[in-house]
Design a protein around this ligand. Structure first.
Ligand code: AVJ
Ligand code: FE
Length: 444
């Protein structure tokens, strides 16, 4: 359940911190140290920056703020402050070399576990209440593990990572309705009682959302290919003006990492391996502009953020909002593809046990889903514990993504979690599904 006793919270915090650290080290240890300090893309930090930044955030929040300890190395804080140095400039900074970054991670974690041992989770102030600071730091590390995974995807050279492939989609996929119907009316968006929810998910509030239909499944590569082959990237009419400008300036013709061979077949590069584009997998590495253009071409539109959350949470039988599409139980391997268990999304229609009340599948895991909404505060928002987590990003420059991808751990996957990025971004593990207002007609 949502409320747990001290021992339960301590165990959950320990698990979440462990899971995040296994990912960080796995993503670092699979390449030579020279690759940790290299710049694989100007869009990304060197991997060794993420490593020490993870440790530095943990030091700031678990050791100093929660534990009351003195700074271990105050002189390096500014190197790992994401606002002081743009990503492209980070390779030139006097960063801790790989061995020292590993040592820093280990040293901080040892002390953080001491703080966890001593911590009281109620009556001790907001930072520790419900184990929040530990949950926040585990989520921070998982988000950077995803960032490191994106760096791996951008990196050239032979494959360094491996994971088992997901199984085939279940046999009922062909018989699923293409859309689910979500009834109109108010629902509870956001949360007050999810102990590890971040500031931008709060507070819970009633939101009116009219009746709409949402795709049962994420848009697949096969469906997206029909847009590509129908000349979607050559026709200005489908595109937001700023998106059309990107298409023209960069020569976009298909999702990032795709290429066409001489015979017209489509291939993609995935973590150092070239392979045919699998038609039944959710489309990946599309910008908001591409998702928006596809939706228009399909006579539909992207869901708003509120629609997405209502589809993921609303149970028409009780009119209540669930924590996860399937209910209250935290994500397990039967619910969703998370935490890099597979190095790719699972086929559309996978995870029937993870379906929402109205039957939508894969709302959590597999691919982050673009919504039509700008990233903004809920009514009554209060920045916590630092303005730079969410507040400084509010505004029209960022679009909201929901649901979590295969590259992020379960601690970040819940139906209220909000991610955001610029609408031009396509190196992220982004896909989408489409919607229309009921009754649906051409034009969404
Ligand atoms: C929520 C994924 C946009 O990576 O910029 C990491 C998460 N914030 N460190 C990001 C984050 C501070 C953030 N996103
Ligand atoms: Fe960070």
């Amino acid at each position: 359940g949502i409320t747990q006793d001290g021992a339960g919270l301590r165990a959950r915090a320990l698990d979440a911190l462990d899971a995040a650290r296994r990912r960080t080290l796995g993503l670092a240890d699979c390449v030579e140290d020279g690759e940790l300090t290299a710049q694989h893309s100007p869009l990304m930090s060197p991997l060794v920056w993420d490593m020490a930044h993870i440790a530095n955030q943990e030091e700031q929040w678990l050791l100093r703020a929660a534990g009351g300890l003195d700074a271990l190395r105050p002189e390096i804080d500014s190197l790992y402050d994401a606002f002081e140095h743009p990503r492209a400039d980070r390779p030139a900074l006097p960063l801790l070399p790989p061995g020292e970054a590993r040592g820093y991670l280990t040293q901080v974690r040892g002390r953080a576990l001491d703080v966890l041992d001593q911590a009281r989770f109620s009556g001790a102030g907001r930072l520790l209440h419900g184990g929040f600071a530990f949950g926040m730091i585990a989520q921070h590390e998982q988000q950077h593990a995803e960032t490191m995974l994106i760096t791996h995807q951008l990196r050239r050279g032979p494959a360094a990572l491996s994971a088992p492939s997901p199984g085939p989609a279940p046999s009922d996929v062909a018989s699923l309705p293409s859309q689910v119907a979500i009834p109109g009316g108010p629902f509870t968006m956001g949360t007050d009682d999810e102990p590890w929810a971040l500031d931008n998910e709060r507070p819970a509030h009633r939101r009116e959302v009219g009746a709409f239909h949402l795709d049962t499944l994420p848009v697949s590569n096969g469906a997206y290919l029909r847009f590509v082959e129908d000349g979607g990237y050559q026709q200005e009419r489908w595109w937001h003006p700023a998106g059309w400008e990107q298409v023209c300036r960069h020569g976009w013709q298909a999702p990032l990492f795709w290429r066409r061979d001489g015979a017209g077949g489509w291939w993609r590069r995935r973590f150092g391996v070239s392979e045919p584009v699998p038609p039944d997998e959710p489309v990946l590495h599309v910008s908001w502009y591409e998702a928006d253009a596809y939706a228009r071409w399909a006579g539909r539109r992207l869901p708003t953020e509120a629609e997405w959350e209502k589809a993921a949470r609303f149970d028409p039988a009780t009119s209540g909002s669930r924590r996860f599409p399937w209910g209250a139980q935290p994500p397990g391997p039967h619910h969703a593809n998370l935490g890099q268990r597979h190095l790719r999304p699972a086929p559309v229609g996978s995870y029937p046990e993870g379906a929402s009340a109205t039957g939508a599948r894969q709302l959590l895991g597999d691919v982050w889903e673009w919504t039509s909404s700008d990233f903004g505060p809920y009514p009554g928002f209060a920045a916590y514990p630092y303005r730079e987590y969410s507040e400084v990003f509010f505004g029209p420059a960022y679009k909201v993504l929901r649901g979590g991808g295969f590259g992020v751990g379960a601690v970040v996957a819940r139906a209220t979690f909000r991610n955001w990025d610029h609408p031009v971004r396509r190196q992220i593990f982004s896909g989408f599904r489409t919607a229309c207002s009921s009754p649906c007609r051409e034009g969404g």
